[in-house]
Ligand binder design. Structure first.
Ligand SMILES: C[S@@+](CC[C@H](N)C(=O)[O-])C[C@H]1O[C@@H](n2cnc3c(N)ncnc32)[C@H](O)[C@@H]1O
Length: 606
């Protein structure tokens, strides 16, 4: 049941109760209300994890392990791709870097997101650069979780405060010259009412200033005013353990100018003290990290990301159309898709689908009451006034995708011309590829319980081979798609006596069945199943209650545009149909690339 919770998000508490009651029933409206309660029974857990200064080999073992387990990774700027690549392909990766001037509101968003994701029952890794409790606001996040009753754990990381000097060959407490070291924020230095004890700092052997690039002038001036010798050695270390690492060395009197001249940019750490002068030998230390600074890591895209790339053309077109219609410009004004459609001269339902794609792409946020609003990224990168606008490039990408008119027609007129034959073939191939790729996952989770198996739909050949390998001697019958897809009369091909099969696997059928045919098909199949036999679906469902991945939303939109009017199936809707046919113990488990496996059992006593 745990997996069903994950598909259905906040619905988990309800489903639990129902299982305890001896089977799932979907009749209850309270179930829907429960789904929206903001306090489900079992919250997940948040791990606030330090990622170290940059290089993935400087992660702790615990951090790497947690990344592999996480359902959601919420990360900041300064986290390397290679680190994120450790998370499982299906993990949701959410970038929550803080743009200049938006630290406070962004921090509140992060806090709320952590609580929300944990309440969805997820394992959340909050990944922060360096050590989470060293100038990283990890303490505040932990407090917020504690206040909201969310279980959490904090995992230390290698702090850049010490790793950056080390990387530049600076031993911060070299015995000959230093017996004290202070780590200070440079961020406050030029603020009114700042709390930095400059006089005390001037007495300390080694000073380490984080966030010091912008205020370096003020920092050195104040230290000199408070008695620090201007000839004291100083170094600025930029992006230690990143390919862009750079070290600038000078003295307290000239380091500010040198930093400016050499174009050092944050993140960089300033080290002041005699220890800087001792780096001559230490800087010769070899670095045996797997990657040399000049090499760039290119992460191989995991299957989920590949799926995203595969649907990228349509995503660009959706974005292009949204720009062309000025959806982003009107979004905040309208009270929902209907009003927006009226203003833009479009059809409400297709426009809503476009908005859902934009939500899944992380450009638009869906608010309570059906309203939408631009996210910061959208307004910044997509607006025609922004300096860093990507508008032209996106419009160009959209044109490259070809056949853009189809999407435009769909959104503006609510209909498209009849299904194109070649698109049918493409759709058929895409389904086959997806089914073959997912078959091992499905078979892995099957409990066959003997008896003949019927496989209807895509990937049948792979299913047959895998089942034969795992349960030698099992009788298997296949009904493969014909020619260019699943024929709507496939149900007529399901032959065999009543109760002939112990297991029926239906692979990739839902999107191909015209509306109204599925019920008939399921009834036929159900009659051929033994009492106690199981029905197994593998398909792309639209999940309710959780943000669907972009490829799922795009997939549905594509079907509408290219195949004309296939129904959108949610796991919930399928459950409804199955329950009406008397199926029990219905379980849904997320698999790969936004697909879901659903297993349902025919009662033993019918
Ligand atoms: C908001 S603080 C976070 C510090 C972090 N929690 C830690 O323990 O390293 C960010 C500052 O850390 C320093 N920093 C982070 N990564 C660095 C790196 N790779 N090289 C040098 N300094 C770094 C810079 O001074 C940067 O402005």
């Amino acid at each position: 049941m745990e997996n069903l919770e994950r598909v259905e998000g906040a619905g988990c508490s309800v489903l639990h109760k129902r299982v305890e009651a001896g089977g799932i029933t979907l009749e209850s409206t309270p179930a829907v209300q429960d789904r929206h309660e903001d306090q489900p029974v079992r919250p997940g857990k948040v791990y606030i994890v330090g990622a170290g200064p940059g290089h993935p080999e400087l992660l702790t073992l615990k951090a790497a392990e947690l990344l592999r387990r996480a359902d959601v990774v919420i990360y900041d700027r300064l986290i390397q791709e290679e680190v994120l690549a450790l998370a499982k392909p299906s993990a949701e990766r959410i970038y929550m870097g803080k743009p200049l001037g938006r630290h406070e509101s962004r921090q509140q968003e992060i806090n709320e997101l952590l609580v929300r994701k944990a309440r969805e029952g997820k394992v959340v890794v909050r990944l922060k650069g360096g050590d989470p409790y060293v100038f990283g606001r990890g303490g505040e996040e932990a407090e917020y979780l504690a206040d909201h009753g969310i279980p959490f754990e904090v995992v230390p990381g290698v702090t850049s405060a010490f790793a950056a000097p080390l990387s530049a060959g600076i031993a911060v407490t070299h015995r000959d010259v230093a017996s004290s070291v202070a780590v200070v924020t440079g961020h406050e230095a030029s603020r009114e009412g700042e709390r930095i004890p400059w006089g005390a700092l001037a007495q300390i052997d080694t000073l380490i200033f984080l966030m010091s690039v912008t205020n370096i002038d003020t920092i050195v001036r104040k230290l000199i005013e408070h008695g620090l010798d201007p000839a004291t050695p100083a170094a600025m270390v930029q992006m230690a353990f990143w390919p862009e690492e750079k070290v600038v060395v000078g003295t307290v009197s000239d380091i500010a100018e040198k930093v400016q001249q050499s174009g050092v940019r944050p993140p960089a750490t300033l080290v002041i003290g005699k220890v800087v002068g001792m780096r001559e030998k230490l800087v010769l230390a070899e670095r045996e990290l797997r990657r040399q600074p000049q090499e760039r890591f290119v992460a191989a895209p995991p299957p989920d990301q590949l799926m995203r790339l595969a649907t990228g053309g349509l995503a660009a077109q959706v974005l292009g159309l949204a720009l062309e219609l000025d959806v982003f410009g009107w979004l905040d004004e309208a009270r929902g898709p209907e009003e927006l459609a009226e203003r833009l001269g479009a059809c409400a339902e297709p426009l809503r689908e476009v908005l859902e794609v934009l939500v899944a792409l992380g450009l638009v946020e869906k608010l309570e009451g059906g309203r939408y609003r631009n996210l910061e990224l959208a307004s910044h990168y997509l607006s025609s006034h922004s300096e860093s606008t990507l508008r032209e490039a996106l419009l160009y990408q959209a044109q490259l995708g070809g056949d853009w008119a189809r999407l435009r027609d769909y959104v503006q007129r609510g209909e498209v011309e009849t299904t194109l034959a070649d698109q049918r073939v493409e759709h058929h191939r895409a389904n086959e590829v997806l089914a073959r790729c997912a078959a091992p996952w499905v078979v892995n989770q099957l409990e066959l319980g003997g008896g003949p198996v019927l496989v209807v739909g895509y990937g049948g050949e792979v299913y047959e081979r895998l089942i034969e390998e795992r349960w030698p001697g099992t009788k298997i019958r296949r009904i493969d798609p014909t020619g260019n897809g699943i024929d709507w009369k496939t149900w007529e091909r399901v032959t065999g006596a009543e109760g002939a099969y112990q297991t029926v696997v239906l692979s990739g059928l839902l999107g191909c069945m015209p509306k109204g045919q599925m019920g008939r098909f399921l009834r036929t199949v159900s009659r051929r199943l033994r009492n106690g036999g199981q029905l197994v679906f593998h398909d792309a469902f639209m999940a309710t209650g959780v943000l669907p991945p972009p490829e799922a939303v795009l997939g549905f939109l594509a079907r509408r545009i290219w195949r004309g009017g296939c129904g959108v199936w949610t796991a919930e809707r399928l459950r409804n149909e199955l329950e009406q046919l008397g199926f029990r113990d219905i379980e849904a488990r997320p698999l790969t690339a936004g697909t879901v496996m659903v297993v349902a059992r025919r009662p033993a006593d019918t």
